[in-house]
Design a protein around this ligand. Sequence first.
Ligand SMILES: C[S@@+](CC[C@H](N)C(=O)[O-])C[C@H]1O[C@@H](n2cnc3c(N)ncnc32)[C@H](O)[C@@H]1O
Length: 181
Amino acid sequence: MRHRNINEVNKDWLKQVITSDSVIVDATAGNGHDTLFCAGIAKHVYAFDIQKEAIENAKIRTSDFSNITYVLDSHATLNQYIHTPIDGIIFNLGYLPTSDKSTITQAESTLTACNQALELLSSRGFMLITCYLGHPGGANEAAAVKQWIDTHFFAYQSYTYENVSLAPISYFIEKRHRILD
Ligand SMILES: C[S@@+](CC[C@H](N)C(=O)[O-])C[C@H]1O[C@@H](n2cnc3c(N)ncnc32)[C@H](O)[C@@H]1O
């Protein structure tokens, strides 16, 4: 069976929720594909990455845009850089495809960023988290993300490739579905 590419599904979700008034965080800028997509629709995009190479690649890819703030730092420090509400945040986890694959997102800092993002999100805000399972630590990170979602939300959407071993999985979450204490 032919599957819809997960990046296309992600884009469809994003197109439904990002407007020209939106402030979006790309928590893992990487080569800038997601930053570029968001910057083309949103008012402003914050793009984080811990790798200088990634930020440089993203800057080149998005050079036509002036609505992007690049942050060469971990997304776990999100709330040191952003002090006003955001409308959405995207995490494309894992490693930079063009690099040596040694710098990989880690469950602990990913969840720190998720917790900070949840507080910064506007009441209609969203999170889009794509987890990859094929690299060392990827399955553990994906399990931690799923557990975090189950703890904090009573509803979400997800997409993966059915019957494919170690397939990536995307979670689309809306803050209005947060479990309140
Ligand atoms: C799968 S790539 C992102 C792909 C990217 N969204 C794109 O469109 O090209 C994952 C990125 O996460 C970055 N990363 C790893 N740990 C991070 C952290 N703690 N904070 C921010 N970025 C991190 C890596 O350097 C890598 O560039």
